[in-house]
Each structure stands twice: as structure tokens, then as C-alpha cells.
Design a protein around this ligand. Sequence first.
Ligand code: CA
Length: 429
Amino acid sequence: MSDSTTDPSLSSFLDVDANHPFPIQNLPYGVFTPPASTVPRVGVAIGDHVLDLAVLNEEGALDVPEIRDAHPFAQGTLNAFMDLGTSAWTTTRNELQRLLRADTPKLRDDTSLRERVLHPRTDVSLQLPVDIGDYTDFYSSKQHARNVGTMFRGPENALKDNWVHLPVGYHGRASSVILSGQDVQRPCGQTRPDADEPPIYGPSQLLDFELETGFFVGDGNDLGSPIPIDEASDHIFGMVLVNDWSARDIQGWEYEPLGPFLGKSFATTISPWVVPMEALEPFRTDGPSQDPEPLDYLQADGDAAYDITLEVGLQTPSMADPHTVCRTNFRYLYWTMRQQLAHHTVNGCNVRPGDLLASGTISGPTEDSYGSMLELSWRGEEPVSLPGDERRSFLNDGDRVVMRGYAQGDGYRIGFGTAEGTVRPAPCA
Ligand code: CA
């Protein structure tokens, strides 16, 4: 894989600050509608602008043979582009970078073309970038699994026997995956707050966030043909931030014996810009050592973790800005994305372009690196202190949750933007 596209010395003719999430080394993909149009199309974020790939391609300004006649950008989702596979992704990325470089005059000096293809990001409306056919959520942070297991089963039984042998996961609900910025309605449902009394119906009292990342499947596999772990990376298009909102009280009553259901399926927020895996190449690193050694189908050479700083900010209605309640790192994940994908398909299950596979809550080793309120407040026993003498064990109506992520390079930053949402009151309240 070429790493020229991640050269720290690359710069664009567009001004981009060193701490900006979207420098020329990043070029994340999204779907947007420009001002004065109602037709969504594919773009990339560069600095404070969005580059319209549909118009660029239409005008013959993109020198990418794989996409010239396929028109994958004149679409309201990324699925068609994802389906083209790694060679098309690489060629497109190289060409976009060439066009945006400070020393390429083609777009830089063509005022008319620039006006048609470059929009201030604040002028466009973003939408869900992918038609997500299936959403799977893993449980791949050992620290998170251990924390939750300790709370509910005690430290001796914190991890079930299977956890260190396979990436535990469940099939989530794709229909309720929403774009960052959309409000989240507190769910109503059945809970049993008192174990000696019958269950009740009402608003969830234990609403939580889960700090996760997710990856989108590029080209998929045929039913019956697993993706070998050595080929898994070729099927991974890019990553987003994920907030897998959770109603702990609904979850706690419903989940046995089949696992998460309505306590999870009311909303899952993702960030709007899909960061290509190539942009994250320089940040590959080793993850936690895996002991016991996984079975052969889960083994592959090379580092497969990434050094990505992740943060959660919580803003109550009385606060002016979000307060950071969690800071952790993607590299703490025990199971890698390629292990998740190899495991997901080992039984012959097919994945398709645009499927979303999320990491599970990413918790680090320290108490300020836990990725959910359940862990940060230790099941409500130690409420989280906020500025202005406020405390929270779980989320109140009006609370806003803002997740951020970035990989820090030498003089530039590969940012994910934000995955944020504000809690609205339950309709049954
Ligand atoms: Ca989750």
C-alpha cells in the first residue's frame, strides 16, 4: 500500500490548521447536499470545505478509470463506491490528493471549477453516508467486559470462558442508526426495578452512552465463503465514531437468555465522515497481547491496532460547553477489526457493502478512560462530578453527548469529527 498519501509534508492550496481534523492526509468521505440543490452526492471533507466528487467526475476532472463510467459519486450513499474495492479506493484517493495539493494548478487556478465543486462545510447539509444493510456490535474491549462482568457477576466471574477465544458480538438494528446531531428520544419500555415486584412500563431511568468506533464493509463475500483473516483488511472501507446509546434498565431485564434487544435498538449515532483506512496507516500499532493464543482462523501477522485518541464530552443544560468525562484510545481493543470480520464470516455468513461493524464500548485501564456512564459511575455508586456542582450517574433529558476521535501525526491530525446527540424526553413520560 502506497504511503505517499500520508506524507506529513503534503499541503493543500486550501488553508488547513495543524489541529484541523480534515487535512489533505485525511480526505474522509461523506454524503451531502449543496446549497441550492436537493440532490445528495458524495464528497470529501478538506479543511472547512467539502469537495463535490459527483460534479468533479461529471466534468471529467477526475482521472480515475475505475469510476469514470460507474458514476459512484452521483448517488445518495457511498455503497456503490465501497463495492468497487481497494484498487478503486486507492486510485481515487491518490487522484483527489493530487488535485488538492498546493502545487497542482488544475483546481487551484480554475476559479469557475472551484466555485462549482468546493463548498464551505457550513453551507452544506450532511446526511447518513451509507445505506446500512446490517449492523453488528461487538464486545471487544477486555477492560469494558471485565468492568461490566465485575459489576454484575463479581470479579471471579467477570469474563465468561468464551471471551478470550472469540470476539463476542450480536446483531444490532440498522434502521435506527442515525447521523450525528440528531436528537435521541429517551426510550420507553419494560423494566423491573424491584426484583420482588412485577415489571413496570415507563421511560428508561438508566440511559447511557457507549463510546465505540465502527468500520464499514467495502466489497462483501458470497454466502458460504468466509473471508480469511489475511484478506480481511481488503474488505474494510473506513471508520466512523459510534455512540451505541443504551438503556441499562431495559437491557438488564430483557437480555437473558438471548442478549441485547430493545435496550439497544432505539438509536445508534455515527459521525458523518468515513475516514479511509489508508489515512490511518501511519497510526498502526500493536494492541494488547492475546493470551491464550487464538485459533488459527483468527491469527494474522502484523500490527492491527491503531493509535486513535477517543474522548467523550458531556454537556448538561446548565453548562456552556461539554466537559470531558472520558479519554481513551482505540488501541486498547483486544480483538482487532480483521479478527472481527474473519470471525463474523467464518460460519459462511455473508457481509455486504455498507454493513456496519462496531467495536463495542472502548474502555481503557484507568477510571477516567471508561467508555460508558455505567462504568464511569460504577453502576451509579460513584456519580461523575461535573462543573457547577452537578453530578451524573446516567443521562438526564437535555444532556448532550459529544464524542471525538483523532490520530495525531507529525504536524497534522487525522480527525473523525464528532458523533453527538442530545437526549429528548420520553414520549411516555
Ligand atoms: Ca455496544
